[in-house]
Design a protein around this ligand. Sequence first.
Ligand code: SF4
Length: 334
Amino acid sequence: MKAIALISGGLDSILAARVVSGLGIDVTAVFFKIPFFCNPKKPGIKPEDAIRKLTGSLGIKLAVIVLADDFLEIVRHPAHGYGSNVNPCIDCKIFMLKKAAEFMRSSGSQFLVTGEVLGQRPMSQNKQSLGVIEKESGLEGLILRPLSARLLNETIPEKKGWVKREALLDFNGRSRAPQIELALKFGIKDYSSPAGGCLLTDPHFADRVKDLLNHNELTVENVGLIKVGRYFRVSADVKLAVGRNEAEDNRIISLALPGDFLFDPPADVAGTTALGRGKFNDQTIQLCASIASRYCDLNGQQSINIIYRIFPLEEEKIITVSPLSEEELVKIRI
Ligand code: SF4
C-alpha cells in the first residue's frame, strides 16, 4: 500500500509519517512550501532542504509542492476566518489537503496521513474542525491521523485492514511529552521544526501582513520584503525595508525588482541598505532617505548624503537629509 504524509516540518507530522512507514506502508512525505515559513535559527537554509535531511534519515522520500499566489488568496479571504493572528488555519489545511489529494491520486497512493493531535490547537484540531476539514477537502474516511487515531472514528485504511488500529496512538491535548518520548524511540533528537514556524501566527509579522492587506498589496514579492529587517509604511503608495546587518542588506538587494529604489550611505559611512517599493515622488524619496539615514553613523553631523538609484539602473543620485526623529519614526514603523 502507498500513502502520502503531509509534512509541515513540525515534530508531529514527522512522527505521523514515521509511524505509518513503520507499519510497512510505502510513504511519500509531501511538504507544501508557502511564502510564510521562516526559521530564525537557520536563516540561510531552505526549509525543504532541512526537511529532506530529516525525512531522508528516517528512510522517507520527500516531494515539495510550492504554493504562492493561490495560497495568498486564502490569506486574503479565509472562508473560515483567522486564528489568533492572520493565520487562516482551517482554510489552509483544506487547501493543502485538496492539493495533496490530487498528488495522492496521481501517485497511485490509497490514503493520506497527517500529524494532527486531537485537542492540541483550539481552532483547527478539535473534533468538529477535523470533520469540517475532512469533508470540505473531499477526503472523508481517507485521512489517517495516526497520533490520535484511536480517539477518532475508524478510517477506511483501518476498516480495510491496510493499517491495524491497535498499532496507532491515542495522543490527546497540548502536552508534548508523548511526542518527545516517541521521537526518542525513533532516534529523532532535534525536536525543533526544521522548516521553522509559520509567520502568520506571529503577532508582529501579522501587523505587517495587515498593512499589505489594507493597501491591497499582498503579493509574493511584497511578503519577501516584510520578512526582512525593519519595515515602514512611508505613504499610501510607498513602503520601505531597512536592513539591520550586512546579511539583511544583501538579502534586501537580492529582493529588488525593476523600479524599486535602493538607498545607501556613501562608501566611507557605516550604515545599512534600504529598499523602497511603490510610486515615488520627491517627498517620499526624501522621507525614505531620511529614514535610511537614521541607521547610519553620522559621526556627530546633523545631516548626511544618501545615495539612491532605481533598480536595475546604475545611475546614482545624491540627496542630503537629516535623520527622521524617533517620534516620527515610530508612527510609520510596523
Ligand atoms: S499555522 Fe500557517 S501553515 Fe500552519 S495551518 Fe495555520 S496558516 Fe497553515
